[in-house]
Design a binder for this molecule. Structure first.
Ligand code: MF3
Ligand code: CO
Length: 259
């Protein structure tokens, strides 16, 4: 399938879904604290999404059993919510996709639980900054490789690793569409970006080596060296000028600031 081109009206609907993901992550942010079980975050998110007339799109997607992917410390992405209690010093990546009115929004944020040691705090800062470096390249006439190159050069210059086995993607009438949006690569390579495309950019960055394994549940991705990894994701629309960021961290960061 070729990348889809969306009308402004359709992009408005993708934005409604993407903003609902941001609202959901803000609800989760309110609960994040030592002693909370990650399954409780998942239950809250599912209730909140359904109360807003939307569908938790990960639940049942290729057999994934939950509303949220919740990935703690060395789990990079696709973590299963569980009875595990969060503890001071953990980091927790929460990835959420909703479908509303036939359109999907996708966004992820990595949270700190209480005080986190400085190297890990810096990893989160750099991963989020690399997402915005990628978004700055997401314009009509640029290519997906320009995004990947921007992410990779930013994080590798700081000594971090880029997970290669997973990538960003087109998003809109389905959760995963063309093009693939790699977090590494060469300038001028990959798919040409055009006005009306909508993509999810989602760097997955490691504190140690970039190598990963997949757990026996066939989902959870973890770092082989056991060091932490971070994941931030926005859904963005390609326009003639700067990308329009359809998801938002504003509410999440408001909650974090007021803690
Ligand atoms: N939200 C993830 C992504 O960024 C997808 C999770 S896979 C699922 O693409 F099975 F959990 F849906
Ligand atoms: Co995604």
């Amino acid at each position: 399938m070729k990348p889809r081109i969306y009308t402004p009206e359709e992009i408005g609907k993708i934005k409604v879904s993407a903003r609902l993901v941001g609202d959901t992550l803000a609800e989760v942010a309110k609960m994040i604290a030592p002693g909370v079980r990650t399954i409780e975050l998942d239950r809250r998110a599912e209730t909140f999404i359904r109360a807003n007339g939307a569908i938790p799109a990960c639940k049942g997607y290729e057999g994934f059993p939950f509303t949220l992917c919740i990935s703690v410390n060395e789990v990079v992405v696709h973590g299963f919510p569980s009875e595990r209690e969060l503890k001071e010093g953990d980091i927790v990546s929460v990835d959420c996709v909703v479908e509303k009115d036939g359109y999907f929004g996708d966004s992820a944020y990595t949270f700190m639980v209480g005080n986190v040691e400085e190297p890990v705090r810096n990893l989160l800062e750099a991963t989020k900054a690399s997402l915005y470096k990628g978004i700055a390249q997401a314009k009509a006439g640029m290519r997906t490789g320009d995004i990947g190159h921007a992410v990779q050069s930013y994080v590798e210059a700081r000594g971090y690793g880029v997970v290669r086995e997973l990538c960003g993607h087109g998003v809109g009438s389905r959760m995963h569409e063309k093009p693939d949006v790699l977090n590494y690569g060469n300038m001028g390579s990959g798919t040409l970006l055009k006005e009306g495309m909508v993509i999810a950019i989602e760097p997955m960055i490691t504190l140690g080596k970039r190598n990963i394994g997949i757990a026996r549940n066939d989902w959870e991705v973890y770092t082989l060296d056991g060091k932490p990894a971070a994941h931030f994701e926005h859904s963005v629309a390609i326009t003639a000028s700067e990308a329009e960021i359809l998801s938002s961290f504003d509410k999440v960061e408001q909650v974090i600031k007021n803690k």
